[in-house]
Design a protein around this ligand. Structure first.
Ligand SMILES: [Zn+2]
Length: 676
C-alpha cells in the first residue's frame, strides 16, 4: 500500500508532496476505487430499510480516499505535470469514468435512493439534507434511471451518438483552423502590427521554411492582426476565413452535425420528460427555465441597445474621419475600436505596473479579506509543497480558529498549464461531528521577478488575482455538512459570484490606497490613473454586451425550442441574430458551425451565464457600495448566506437572504455606463 492510501501523518493533514512518488498513483487509485466500491456495496447490501442516513448520507461520504487522491493527482497534472503524470492520467481517467458510470447505472442503489426520495415529505429533513437528497436522486433520474429498459437503451444510443458528433464537430473546427494560413511577403502587409506580433509571424514563417510572415486562425496570431493590421483587405480576408469554419459544404462542414446535435439533445430531453434540452439543463441552474433566461437576455438587450447603437455611430464617424470608411464592416471593429481607445485613454500596462508589485497585491487581497471577514493569513513553512515557488498559509479567524490551509502558486513554468484557477486538496465537511477544514489553492501565471525587478503585475493580473482569491474564499469559508454541497459546489451560473464580486474592490480608491504603492518610491497610485482604468474598462461596453447577448440568444434559439423544423443553419442564425446585429451580415460566414462552446464544450443552454454572473456581482457589490465597501453587516451577510453555504439551498433563496431581493440588472448597466 502506498502513502496515498494512508492517513497523512502531517501538520493539518496536508498532502505529503515530497513523499509521493509518481509510480505510487496508479496502484493508489486502484486501491481507493476498490475501497469506494466496497462502500457502495455496503450501502446496497444493507439489510435495513433505506433511510436518509444509511443511503443518501452514506453515499455522499463514500469515496473520500478516492476523492483525495484524485484532487491531488489532477491538481498536479495541471500545475506541475510531466510525461509520467500525463501517461498515468491516460490510464486512470477511464477507470474513474467506469467507476462513476457503475454508480449511476447501479439499479439496486437507485432503488434505495428512490425509496428515500419518495418518502421525503415524512422525513423532517433540514434544508441541506433535502437539497442533498434531491441532488442524489437527480444524478440517477437525469441519466435515465426511471426509464423502461427499451428507452434506457435508446438513451444510451443517443448519448453515444452525441459524444461522437461532438468529437467530430471539434475535429472539423480544429482542422479548419489548421488548414488556413495567410502568407505575406510585403512589409506593407504587416504595417500596424506591434513588434511582438510581427516577430511571432516571422518566426512562424521561418519554422515552415518560408520567408516573410505567416498569419493563422490561432488566437495569438488572429487577434493582433484583426486589432492592428492597417491593410483592410487582408483583415477582410482573415475575418472571412475565421468566420466560415465548418461552413464550406465540404468534408469538414458542420451544418449537418449542428442539426443532428440539437435534434438528438431535444429527443433526449423529451425521453426524460422535459420540454426541451434547455429545460433539462436549466433545471440545475439558478435561472431555472428558458423563459427566465430569455426574459433576462431580452431585458438586457433592450437596455444595452441604445448605448451600443450610439457607440457604433461614434465608431463609424471616427473611421470615416480617419480613413474615409463608408460602411463599417465586422473586420473593422477591433481595429478602429483600438485606435479610438488609444486616442481617448492613452493608457498602457507599463504605466500601471510599478504600482502593483505582487507581494503588495497579495497583502492587499489579504487585508480585504481581513476587513470583510476577519480572516488572518500567516505564512507557514512547516508543510510540504510540490514546488519551491508555492507559498503556504495558515488561515485563522478573529478567535484564532483554523479556517483553512491556503496554497498560492503564481509563476509560469514548464509543466503548468496556462491561465489561472482555484482548486482544493481537501474539501470541507462535517463528519462524525468534526468540522474538517479545507485545503484551498490558487494557481496563476503572472509576470516573474527578474534579477533587477520584482514581479510587477499588469492591472489585468491584479483583477485575476482577486478573482481567484474570491473563489478561494468561497472554498475557505465553506461551512456545510456534506462534501458534495460544500464551497464552490454550486450551480454553474452561481459559482462566479464570489470571484467576480471581489474584482470590484480593485477599482475602489479606498482599497487601492491600501496596497497600490509604487515599488520604488512608495507613492500611492494617482487617482487620475485609477479613473482612467475605470473608464477604459467600460469602453464600448454597449457593443460588447450586445455581442455577448447575441451568442446567448443564438444558444437559446438552438436549445430552448423544438428544433425539428429547422433545416437551414444559416437562415436560422440570421433570424436568431435579428435584434442584435450592428454590422452587415457576411453571407459566406456562419457562427454556429464553429460555436464550440455549445456544440463541443459544456455550455449548451449556458452561454447566458457569463452575463448572468455579471448581473449578480454588480448587484451584490452595489449593496456594499450603498453601505460602504467594508461595511461589516453586509460582509457578515455575504459570508453567512453566500460564502459559507455552498450549494446547500437554491441559489436564488440564498441570494435573496443576502440582498433582500432578487438580483436586478440596473447595477451592471450603471457600472458599464449603459444607463445613468
Ligand atoms: Zn472564475
Amino acid at each position: 500500500m502506498t502513502i496515498l492510501n494512508t492517513t497523512f501523518n502531517t501538520p493539518y493533514n496536508t498532502a505529503p508532496f515530497s513523499k509521493i512518488k509518481n509510480e505510487d498513483f496508479l496502484s493508489a487509485f486502484k486501491v481507493a476505487i476498490e475501497k469506494a466500491k466496497a462502500e457502495i456495496d455496503a450501502i446496497v447490501n444493507n439489510t435495513e430499510l433505506p433511510t436518509f442516513e444509511n443511503t443518501i448520507e452514506a453515499l455522499d461520504y463514500s469515496g473520500e480516499e478516492l476523492d483525495r487522491i484524485s484532487s491531488l493527482f489532477f491538481n498536479l497534472n495541471s500545475a506541475e505535470t510531466n510525461d509520467e503524470i500525463q501517461k498515468i492520467a491516460q490510464e486512470v481517467s477511464p477507470l474513474l469514468s467506469e467507476f462513476s458510470n457503475d454508480i449511476t447505472l447501479n439499479e439496486a442503489l437507485f432503488k434505495r435512493v428512490k425509496a428515500v426520495y419518495n418518502s421525503k415529505d415524512d422525513l423532517k429533513l433540514t434544508t441541506e439534507q433535502a437539497t442533498l437528497l434531491d441532488k442524489k436522486y437527480k444524478s440517477f433520474s437525469r441519466n435515465g434511471a426511471n426509464l423502461q429498459e427499451d428507452k434506457k437503451q435508446k438513451l444510451r444510443a443517443i448519448d453515444k451518438e452525441l459524444s461522437q458528433l461532438k468529437l467530430k464537430f471539434g475535429e472539423h473546427v480544429l482542422a479548419e483552423t489548421n488548414k488556413f494560413e495567410m502568407h505575406l511577403t510585403n512589409e506593407s502587409d504587416v504595417l500596424g502590427l506591434p513588434e511582438g506580433a510581427k516577430e511571432a509571424a516571422k518566426q512562424l514563417a521561418e519554422s515552415k521554411g518560408k520567408d516573410g510572415w505567416l498569419i493563422t486562425l490561432d488566437y495569438p496570431s488572429y487577434i493582433p492582426f484583426m486589432t492592428y493590421a492597417d491593410n483592410r483587405e487582408l483583415r477582410e480576408k482573415l475575418s472571412k476565413a475565421f468566420g466560415s469554419k465548418g461552413f464550406h459544404n465540404d468534408d469538414l462542414d458542420n451544418q449537418d452535425i449542428v442539426l443532428k446535435i440539437v435534434n438528438l439533445r431535444f429527443e433526449r430531453a423529451q425521453l426524460l420528460g422535459y420540454k426541451t434540452h434547455a429545460h433539462f439543463v436549466l433545471e440545475e441552474r439558478m435561472a431555472q427555465t428558458p423563459e427566465k433566461v430569455n426574459d433576462f437576455l431580452n431585458e438586457l438587450l433592450e437596455k444595452a441597445k441604445p448605448a451600443a447603437e450610439k457607440e457604433f455611430e461614434e465608431l463609424e464617424t471616427f473611421a470615416k474621419e480617419l480613413d474615409g470608411i463608408e460602411q463599417l464592416q465586422k473586420w473593422d471593429s477591433a481595429y478602429y475600436s483600438e485606435k479610438l481607445k488609444q486616442k481617448l485613454f492613452d493608457l498602457d500596462d507599463e504605466k500601471l505596473k510599478p504600482y502593483f508589485k505582487l507581494e503588495n497585491v497579495i497583502d492587499g487581497a489579504f487585508t480585504v479579506a481581513e476587513k470583510l471577514f476577519g480572516l488572518r493569513f500567516e505564512e507557514i513553512n512547516t508543510i510540504d509543497k510540490y514546488h519551491d515557488d508555492v507559498l503556504t498559509y495558515k488561515v485563522v479567524d478573529a478567535e484564532n480558529n483554523l479556517v483553512s490551509i491556503f496554497y498560492a502558486d503564481f509563476f509560469p513554468r514548464a509543466g503548468k498549464r496556462n491561465g489561472a484557477w482555484m482548486t482544493s486538496y481537501k474539501p470541507q465537511m462535517i463528519k462524525n461531528g468534526k468540522n474538517e477544514r479545507p485545503h484551498v489553492s490558487i494557481v496563476c501565471n503572472f509576470t516573474k521577478p527578474t534579477k533587477s525587478k520584482p514581479s510587477l503585475l499588469t492591472f489585468n493580473e491584479v483583477t485575476t488575482l482577486f478573482h481567484e482569491f474570491g473563489h478561494a474564499l468561497h472554498g475557505m469559508l465553506a461551512n456545510t455538512t456534506y462534501p458534495s454541497l460544500s464551497g464552490t459546489s454550486v450551480y454553474w451560473d452561481f459559482v462566479e459570484l464570489p470571484s467576480q464580486i471581489l474584482e470590484n474592490w480593485c477599482y475602489e480608491e479606498e482599497t487601492l490606497k491600501l496596497f497600490a504603492t509604487h515599488y520604488e518610491t512608495g507613492e500611492v497610485i494617482p487617482m487620475e490613473l485609477v479613473e482612467k482604468i475605470k473608464a477604459s474598462a467600460t469602453f464600448h461596453e454597449g457593443m460588447q454586451t450586445l455581442r455577448q447577448l447575441s451568442f446567448g440568444l443564438l444558444d437559446m434559439s438552438w436549445h430552448g425550442l423544438n428544433p425539428t423544423a429547422i433545416s437551414d443553419v444559416k437562415k436560422h442564425e440570421i433570424e436568431a441574430f435579428g435584434k442584435t446585429q450592428l454590422y452587415p451580415d457576411v453571407e459566406e460566414n456562419c457562427m454556429s458551425t464553429a460555436f464550440a462552446h455549445i456544440f463541443q464544450g459544456g455550455y449548451s443552454s449556458g452561454y447566458y451565464s457569463y452575463k448572468w454572473a455579471e448581473v449578480l456581482d454588480a448587484d451584490a457589490f452595489e449593496y456594499f457600495k450603498e453601505e460602504g465597501i467594508f461595511n461589516k453587516t453586509v460582509a457578515d451577510k455575504f459570508k453567512a448566506y453566500i460564502l459559507s453555504q455552498g450549494g446547500t439551498d437554491s441559489p436564488m433563496t440564498l441570494y435573496k437572504k443576502f440582498r433582500g431581493q432578487e438580483p436586478k440588472p440596473e447595477a451592471l448597466l450603471k457600472r458599464a455606463g449603459l444607463i445613468k
